[in-house]
Design a protein around this ligand. Structure first.
Ligand SMILES: Cc1cc2nc3c(=O)[nH]c(=O)nc-3n(C[C@H](O)[C@H](O)[C@H](O)COP(=O)(O)OP(=O)(O)OC[C@H]3O[C@@H](n4cnc5c(N)ncnc54)[C@H](O)[C@@H]3O)c2cc1C
Length: 264
């Protein structure tokens, strides 16, 4: 049998209007929003690496959602479309039909601004996930590296890893108050890297920690999510300098700093 074979699952794209059920400020820079409503029934998210497209009210306060036609999202003509951004399904509880999404409060942006004021009774749109990248479960070690936007996915990875798995997580956060209590059945080495006053795009705390990391024993899968050019550089370091096979690394730009030209 092929070793370390990942799978890509495709899902039919479903667009939904969801209700905000609860809001909880987890840490100074992380707002948890729990979404629900009948439209959420049947929601499917197979991997911590999944994302949904969330749609926020436009400048007139209206939700103007697209339809998923011909594999593309098509907005109604003549109306200002709802701004959309990608977010990780942190947890879906199919018994209570609740979807948890954790929003970084990074400053000014339609998603972060909406999350900062979110209240029960409000509505947003959600599309997808369109697909799930299922990482092979036969690696000896899993390494997750990311900034605070990756924290929902890292938290979910750790929740879902089985007993006996080995994992290392490097997570860069704005400050010590942004640490979260994460649980796992796996054997996990978690390192918090606190940026304090450093700019999140200019910080190199993750890169330095990655260079200092002792080589994991056996075959390791590396998952990286951070500002786009930082994610790209860390992937290059692994594949070009350490010679890690490309298929053992998944690096994604989760946001783009102004002036950054690289896309993941
Ligand atoms: C697959 C995927 C999953 C993601 N999951 C999550 C998640 O679960 N939780 C989460 O919070 N984010 C997540 N993100 C990141 C999120 O989509 C971006 O941070 C997004 O840009 C936020 O939108 P906004 O409207 O707040 O800001 P935008 O309008 O997109 O940006 C406004 C300004 O803010 C800057 N900016 C954007 N994000 C950040 C940041 N994090 N730190 C500093 N400056 C920033 C931009 O450079 C820009 O100058 C994910 C991204 C991807 C691709």
């Amino acid at each position: 049998m092929t070793r370390h074979a990942h799978q890509m699952q495709r899902h039919t794209v479903v667009l939904r209007e969801l209700d905000v059920l609860r809001v909880e400020r987890l840490t100074p820079h992380m707002q948890r929003v729990v979404l629900g409503g009948n439209a959420l029934r049947g929601f499917l998210s197979a991997s911590p690496d999944d994302h949904v497209k969330l749609f926020f009210p436009n400048s007139a306060g209206q939700l103007v959602l697209p339809t998923a036609g011909n594999g593309r999202l098509e907005f109604p003509e003549g109306l200002e479309p709802s701004p959309m951004r990608d977010y990780t399904p942190r947890h879906y509880d199919d018994e209570f039909n609740e979807l948890t999404v954790d929003f970084v409060l990074h400053g000014d942006g339609p998603a972060a601004n909406w999350a900062a004021q979110a209240q029960p009774g409000q509505r947003i749109g959600a599309g997808g996930p369109r697909g799930s990248f299922i990482v092979a479960d036969d690696f000896d070690h899993y390494v997750m590296i990311g900034d605070e936007t990756a924290l929902p996915a890292v938290g979910r990875w750790l929740d879902e890893l089985p007993y006996g798995a080995q994992a290392t997580a490097l997570v860069e956060i704005p400050g010590s108050a942004d640490r979260q209590s994460l649980s796992s059945r796996a054997q996990v080495e978690l390192t918090w890297l606190e940026r304090d006053s450093l700019d999140p795009a200019a910080s190199r705390l993750l890169e330095q920690a990655l260079e200092r990391l002792p080589a994991p024993r056996g075959d390791a899968f590396w998952w990286i999510a951070a500002e786009s050019s930082r994610a790209r550089r860390m992937r290059q370091y692994l594949t070009d300098e350490l010679g890690v096979p490309k298929e053992w690394v998944r690096a994604t730009g989760y946001w783009k700093a102004p002036g950054s030209v690289e896309e993941e």
